[in-house]
Each structure stands twice: as C-alpha cells, then as structure tokens.
Design a protein around this ligand. Structure first.
Ligand code: NAD
Length: 479
C-alpha cells in the first residue's frame, strides 16, 4: 500500500507469487461514492493470463491428488483468516464498491458460510457402483476434478461470488484462474492473500486483474481451461457461451435478471411491503435477484403503492458506515447514465414517479414508477439501480402471465395466504428460483442458485458445483 496517498497497489497472484503486469501497465479503481482514487491495479494482458493458466495447469498435477483432509483444513483455515481480517474485508466492500455496512456484513457472513460449506464438499467427491451384465465384473463410477477452472466474477457481490466459486472449485480438486471485475480487484487480492496464508499449494489459486473486455477471451478461450464459471451481464455471458461452445468447454453462466414479485389481494401487507422494499433497494438495486417488477392485485394496488412509496421515501441514504444506510452509490459513470436514461425514458413516455427519481451525488433515490408500459425501456430491460415498477393486475392468472412475460428467468416471489396458488405459482413461473412470502433476494451455500433463459445456464451451490466442476469416469474390474 502506498502510505503517502493511501492508494492501494494491486498485483496479479500467479503461481504463488505476486507480480506486476508483464507490460507493467496499471489501471485506476475509483471509490464509487465520490469517484476518488481507491486503488491502482495491474492491467493484465493475454501474456499474464497465459502465465496464470500455465501455473494452474502445472499445479493441478499434484493438487488433484491432495487429500480431502488437506483441502478441508485449508478451506477452514481460509474461513478463520477471513474472520481475523473481517474489518479489512468490510472496509474494502465499503470503499471499493460502495457497499453500505449492512450489505457488507451480509456479504461477509454469506462468504464465510460459502467457504465452510465448500470444506464439507471435500469428503463428498463420490461415485457409485453398478450391477453388471458381464459375469465377474465389478463396475463403478469415480468422480474426478476437471483441471483448470476459470472463475469470472462481477462487481456487485465480489465476496459471495469469490468465496463460493473459488472455494467450491478448489474443494473438489480443481485449480483456479480468477478474473475479478475491474471495479472490484482489491477484494479478490485480499482473498488471494488469505488463500495463500491458509497454506494452499502454490498455483492452486491464481488471480489476474485487468479489463475483462481486454483479457477475458484469453482466459475463456484458452485450450488449457477445462471449465468456465461466469457471473455477470447477459451480453458478456452470451459472448462467453459462444467461445465455450466452439471449444466444447463446459460452463455455468449466472447472468442478469428482471425478477417479478406477485402480491395477491390476501397478502399480509405489513409483512409484504417491507420485504418488497428490501428486494429492490438493497445495495441500491445492484443485485441480480432484485425485484424490478411488482404485480399487485387491484383491490390492494393503491394501498400497496402508497405504503411502498412511504417506505421508499424513508430508506436511508446516509453514511455508508451507518448500519441504517441502505442505498449505495451506483458503481460507475456508465451505470449511472443507464439508470438515469431508464427513468427519463419512462417519464418521457408517460410513467409516473411515485417516489424518488432524484440523485444525491452518485446515489439514486429509491424510485417507484407506476404507469409503466411496454414501450418503456425499463419495462423489460435490467436497470441495475434502485428503481422498480408496480403494475396492477385483475387476477392471479393475469399476474402469473405477466410475471412470465420476460426473456429472463432468475428469481421470483409471490405473497399470498393461499397455499394452492402459491404452489401453482412456484411450479409455473419460468424462473430458476421462487420464494413464497419472501423477497426475491435470497441465497444460501448449498441451494441450487441460478436462472433460465437470458438469466443463465446451470446452477451454483455445493451440490450443483460438485456435479458441474467434476466429471464421472466409469471403471470396471474383471475379477
Ligand atoms: P459485467 O458483465 O460487466 O462484468 C462481469 C465480469 O465479466 C467482470 O469480471 C468483467 O471483467 C468480465 N468480462 C467483461 N468482458 C469479458 C469478456 N469478454 N470475457 C470474459 N470476461 C469478461 O457485469 P457487472 O457489471 O460486473 O455485473 C452486473 C451484472 O451481473 C448484472 O447484469 C447482474 O444481473 C449480473 N449478476 C448476476 C448474478 C447471478 O448470480 N445471476 C449475480 C451478480 C450479478
């Protein structure tokens, strides 16, 4: 760290060593609250990526044979060191990406459980035995690690995604090359320090920082990369899917969302409205599983809008280190412009701003829109800000139909006391996740997390990653 200016200097982590970019180039990372310089990171090139993949490939030769008890011990040690360095991780989440402390704490707690749950995977890399029609044959499957796993993570939940995906890949015996978001490299560098201190062998985990648009292809298209797990925008996910398809590289893609919440007339509004607010305003709406469409049965529509607007007007935009603060700065100029454009376009085309709509510095007020119609961009497109639309519906059936009228399919929610309708919704919603009487924002280490359609391919989680990040081999013994 540069003590004079307090700007962090970040290097790649390759083969257990810290290294500048081969071309000695760097890039600047800004604190999104006030755009002040936060860090200067190595600007990776294809050469750096090739070195990282070579280090991971070479480390895999021995790492694949490490014992479950070793990987388990290293991962549990990672969790211990995370606890020791909790304040540093929290500060990074606050100052590097603008997390309010309550979101940073949430992310830290989730991250810890991700690592601990991954430790539990080490002893569960299991196959099966099969009966055989060939006399005297013992027939079985063994589950083997794939090799080098490319992990690509977004800016918004860097600790959750890093802990889950890196820990799960390492738990089952793969080695990793990680490309973190160019807007959140410090968090990943801290994690790499922790992994190194925990005793993982050199080269098991490698980090290359830089611009994804410049060096992503060198990773996802590398012939020695055996699996790609990507979390980020749908447009980049589509590009990666095409590269992986060409190379037949298996992958999971966790992409954008436009998650719906349906509120039926019998819902308990005292509970539903605060949860609705949580499901869009947390981290200033920069959550893939945030609910950006609310469909409300007409008898309670007005009451719901009024109460939601009341909560929205009170959601705190205070100091990020105040536990009551909810609203985060929007991460970058490009993203701020996108949020502004979506609101302006809706207003120009006749939508009503029922709450919010203004900016305080780089933070957008919690914004509710009514009267949103098909021709408005935000009706179907992900905004990734604290902005949501509320639509009246005349029946449960209409609500379900509208909820399903989207190219995305990530999370969903329904609020009702009618168990039959709740389960009907859960079975018929075209989303990867559905929460009954709970917000669309929910994640746990061991559940199948992910979406359909434009929201992605495959699932994350301990069981899902066990399947995705290993392959089965059939072995017979002729006795
Ligand atoms: P992004 O797509 O801009 O970037 C994500 C990552 O991809 C970054 O690390 C970036 O460096 C990298 N990247 C960019 N171009 C690349 C390329 N050509 N090849 C390989 N990597 C490349 O997304 P973002 O702005 O960081 O994150 C926001 C998006 O992520 C939103 O759409 C959000 O919905 C989505 N997201 C999804 C989930 C989920 O689990 N489904 C979780 C969090 C965020």
């Amino acid at each position: 760290m540069d003590t004079k200016t307090d700007i962090k200097s970040l290097q790649h982590f390759i083969g257990g060593d810290w290294a500048d970019a081969a071309a000695c180039e760097t890039f600047e990372v800004l604190n999104p609250l006030d755009d002040s310089p936060y860090a200067r990171a190595a600007r990776g090139s294809a050469e750096d990526m090739n070195r990282a993949v070579a280090a991971a490939k070479s480390a895999f030769v021995n790492f694949r044979d490490t014992l479950p008890k070793e990987r388990e011990r290293w991962l549990l040690r990672v969790a211990e060191i995370m606890e020791d360095r909790k304040q540093e991780l929290l500060d990074c989440l606050i100052d590097e990406i603008g997390s309010p402390i309550q979101k940073a704490m949430f992310e830290f707690d989730k991250g810890l459980t991700m690592v601990r749950a991954a430790a539990g995977m080490c002893r569960n890399v299991r196959g099966e035995t099969f009966p055989s029609d060939r006399p005297g044959t013992f027939s079985m499957s063994v589950r083997e690690p794939l090799g080098v796993v490319a992990v690509i993570t977004p800016f918004n939940v860097p600790l959750i995604k890093t802990t889950r995906l890196v820990a799960n890949a390492l738990a089952v015996g793969n080695t990793v090359v990680h490309l973190p978001s160019e807007m959140a490299p410090h968090l990943t560098v801290l994690f790499a320090q922790i992994v190194a201190e925990a005793g993982f062998p050199k080269g098991a985990y490698n980090v290359v920082t830089g611009y994804g648009a410049e060096i992503g292809d060198a990773l996802t298209g590398h012939e020695d990369v055996d699996f790609v797990t990507f979390t980020g925008s749908t447009v980049v996910g589509q590009h990666i899917a095409e590269i992986c398809a060409r190379n037949k590289t298996p992958n999971t893609l966790e992409l954008g969302g436009k998650s719906p919440t349906l509120i039926l007339a019998d819902a308990d509004l005292d509970k539903a409205v605060p949860l609705a607010a949580r499901s869009i305003f947390m981290f200033g709406g920069q959550a893939c599983i945030g609910s950006s469409r609310f469909y409300v049965e007409r008898p309670i529509y007005e009451a719901f809008v009024n109460r939601f607007a009341m909560i929205a007007s009170k959601v705190s935009m205070g100091n990020l280190r105040d536990p009551n603060t909810v609203i985060a700065p929007i991460i970058s100029d490009r993203q701020r412009q996108r949020v502004k454009d979506h609101i302006a376009d809706a207003v120009a085309k006749g939508a009503t701003v029922t709450a919010g709509g203004e900016w305080e510095g780089n933070r957008c007020q919690p914004t509710l829109l009514t009267g949103v119609t098909e021709e408005m961009t935000l009706c179907r497109t992900e905004t990734f800000g604290p902005v949501t639309a509320i639509y009246p519906v005349d029946s449960y059936e209409e609500g379900l139909e509208k909820a399903n009228d989207t190219e995305y399919g990530l999370s969903s929610a329904i609020f009702t006391k009618d168990i039959d309708r709740a389960f009907h919704f859960a079975r018929n919603i075209g989303a990867g996740m559905c929460h009954i009487n709970g917000p669309t924002i929910h994640d746990e280490a061991h559940v199948p997390f992910g979406g359909n359609g434009e929201s992605g391919v495959g699932r994350e989680g301990t069981d899902a990653d066990m399947e995705a990040m290993t392959e089965l081999k059939w072995v017979t013994v002729q006795l």
